[in-house]
Design a binder for this molecule. Structure first.
Ligand SMILES: Nc1ncnc2c1ncn2[C@@H]1O[C@H](COP(=O)(O)OP(=O)(O)O)[C@@H](O)[C@H]1O
Ligand SMILES: [Mg+2]
Ligand SMILES: [Zn+2]
Length: 381
């Protein structure tokens, strides 16, 4: 785990808060412990609903807002869809997998049916399905594993003795595209598949989206039942991002960071920001802080326990905008030194294309973050 997560050195770039495009007013909400509550949600921005457990966050957001059935809901008509994104599996059987979920597998089956060998044998795309008889292994019905009955013990699963997990019969596996069988493709990672299928238009977009959200390590044919909750959530968001048209959707996430590593949360937040950038409204339920307002307003609140932490964070973020020629020139006589972890940081910045900041020693034992091009200029003198 990168240590930066503990010291707040990395994290998302500071951003200018967005202006709401309008407001959604819910009035007189009474449900569970909520009594005659009014709540206003800004549109076209990312909103967090916070509070202690049991305070009614899920009731407000997941039930009242999502259902839109409150009598007095002004502004709900501005959404063409309300999408709840949760950590539930994307499918319940091993017959649905990453490739089928995105519809990419159809394209791959067409590629195999289009090979010279398949055409010579008269194999259609259906031949390359593990869900219908024809090309699949009939010992395991294309599942790749079989139930093992034990006399006095509960049953268990084992690899199929005929296909050894390949899911297809030998004749199907004899058809190869660029020296790979369809089972080989299912076993590839998303990253490998995106190279192998670079010329398959109906697959590239989904594969790139998955790579983009840090899921390149998943297998192309990874069964829906073998994905973690956090992965399922990011896959759902990836399909939403992939829609690629200006959205007027309302996305609702109830405590989406549950069980996630800080690095996963960072990726999740990037996805959410992109959805907002595409014109959507995102409402997230989180615990941890109790406040109302923009980050700057909350930071200014005197009675709030969150305020001191938030204002320290915002102050740190503001410093990124200031020039830091002084620090660079002060450091120059001894050679402007980048802090020890700046090089991996720079590579990371370059890789994620999220910004152009670098860290330099400030000569007082601390570090300052400033514009990468400035540092490069100072170092090249
Ligand atoms: N289906 C329900 N029926 C009755 N009471 C409920 C139901 N769901 C939640 N509650 C109660 O409503 C209150 C708010 O719950 P909830 O909205 O889930 O809070 P939060 O999401 O903030 O933890 C709690 O006291 C909870 O026990
Ligand atoms: Mg809740
Ligand atoms: Zn089999």
């Amino acid at each position: 785990m990168p240590p930066s997560h503990h010291f707040g050195r990395s994290g998302p770039e500071p951003r200018t808060p967005r202006e709401p495009e309008g407001w959604l007013h819910l009035k007189g909400i009474s449900r569970h412990n909520l009594q005659d509550l009014d709540a206003d949600f800004p549109l076209g921005v990312l909103t967090a609903v916070t509070g202690v457990s049991g305070s009614g966050k899920s009731t407000l957001v997941n039930e009242v807002l999502a259902d839109g059935e409150e009598t007095d809901a002004e502004g709900l008509g501005t959404f063409d869809r309300v999408v709840r994104v949760d950590q539930k599996p994307i499918g319940r059987t091993p017959r649905s997998n990453l490739a089928t979920y995105f519809g990419m597998f159809d394209a791959v089956r067409r590629v195999f049916a289009d090979t010279e060998e398949a055409r010579r044998r008269g194999y259609s795309p259906g031949r390359f399905s593990f869900n219908v008889a024809g090309g699949r292994c009939e010992t395991c019905d294309g599942e790749g594993f079989v139930a093992v009955e034990l006399l006095f013990l509960p049953g268990t699963y084992g690899p199929c003795p005929t296909c050894h997990g390949a899911r297809y019969n030998p004749e199907t596996l004899e058809v190869r595209h660029r020296d790979r069988s369809i089972a080989d493709v299912l076993a590839m990672t998303v990253a490998q598949a995106s190279e192998f299928l670079a010329d398959v238009r109906d697959a590239t977009r989904s594969l790139e989206t998955l790579l983009d959200v840090g899921l390149g390590y998943l297998r192309f044919g990874q069964p829906a039942t073998e994905l973690s909750g956090g992965e399922a959530q990011r896959i759902k968001l990836a399909t939403e991002l992939q829609r690629g048209r200006r959205g007027d959707a309302l996305y609702i996430l109830d405590e989406p960071t549950t069980g996630l590593h800080p690095a996963d949360i960072e990726l999740l937040v990037i996805q959410l920001q992109r959805l907002v950038d595409a014109g959507n409204t995102v409402v997230v339920v989180e615990h941890d802080i109790v406040a109302a307002g923009t980050p700057a307003e909350v930071a200014a609140g005197h009675a709030s326990r969150t305020a001191p932490y938030l204002s320290a964070h915002l102050a740190r973020a503001r410093r990124l905008d200031e020039p830091c020629d002084d620090e660079i020139s002060a450091a120059r006589p001894s050679g402007a030194r980048l802090r020890p972890d700046a090089v991996p940081l720079l590579q990371r910045v370059a890789r994620t294309r999220r910004g152009q900041q670098a860290s330099v020693e400030d000569g007082r034992g601390g570090f300052r973050t400033c514009d990468l091009s400035r540092v490069k200029r100072a170092l090249s003198h």
